[in-house]
Design a protein around this ligand. Sequence first.
Ligand code: NAP
Ligand code: MN
Length: 263
Amino acid sequence: MKFAVTSRGDDVSNTLKQRIETYLLDFGLYLNEDEPDLVITVGGDGTLLQAFHDYSHRLEDTAFVGIHTGHLGFYADWMPEEVEKLVIHIAKTPYHVVEYPLLEVIIVSKGHKETRHLALNECTVKSIEGSLVSSVEIKGEAFEIFRGDGLCISTPSGSTAYNKALGGAILHPSLASIQIAEMASINNRVYRTVGSPLVLPQHHTCLLKPLNKVHVQVSIDHYNPIFEDIVSIQCRVADEKIRFARFRPFPFWKRVKESFIGE
Ligand code: NAP
Ligand code: MN
């Protein structure tokens, strides 16, 4: 099996990365950073997000597993103390794969330039100056005109990240869906939005068309590019999925409890 190890870049994560590489090479596995079957990330959830984007061109052939050198993560759910155990699992046992849904984002700019992105956590749409005014269409039908700070469209596994801070629900990653959460919408006699987070099933698209002439900042996970002249942003559940290598059960609700409530 071919593997790659990525690190957050701090000393602790770098040292652990080196140890994992040495162990796995000793077990006769192959280090291959271009075409790994398994990517092991050392750091935090952000490190796994980065690895996802680095290998997003080969999601069908690459599985991920994360070790946290800080706090317990949602993607990085192995502790540094467990590394020997994990390495033996990787070398000796065929692993079980669980798939999580992803978000597809298609951004169309003036001149019909179209770019397609995949997000593991979410896409956010904000304006750089002043409020964002955007029409929201769901499944091809006009739904509302949003005015406010912005909108966050998240995956189920991203629902515990930015979405949660916006009052969105936590969704189990077995639900192939996307969630739209508002950032400080303006609601009065003139302007009206639904106000509640919405969960859309597979094949229901959400289309945003910014209506005021502002520079729109679209984030895809931890990337924050600024776009001028955006015509539309289309979000839906992607056909692709991310594959996680599972070597032991660690149910999602247990991760939620341990992350947000305590042991
Ligand atoms: P960061 O600023 O380090 O991330 C913010 C926090 O979110 C970190 O504690 C990170 O964990 C955690 N996180 C990432 N994905 C998560 C998930 N799926 N569930 C629960 N927590 C998660 O930046 P980053 O590490 O590059 O992560 C980018 C993410 O930050 C974005 O995708 C967005 O979801 C989140 N974010 C949140 C807010 C907010 O809550 N107000 C604002 C902006 C961005 P680690 O420390 O383990 O990396
Ligand atoms: Mn981080």
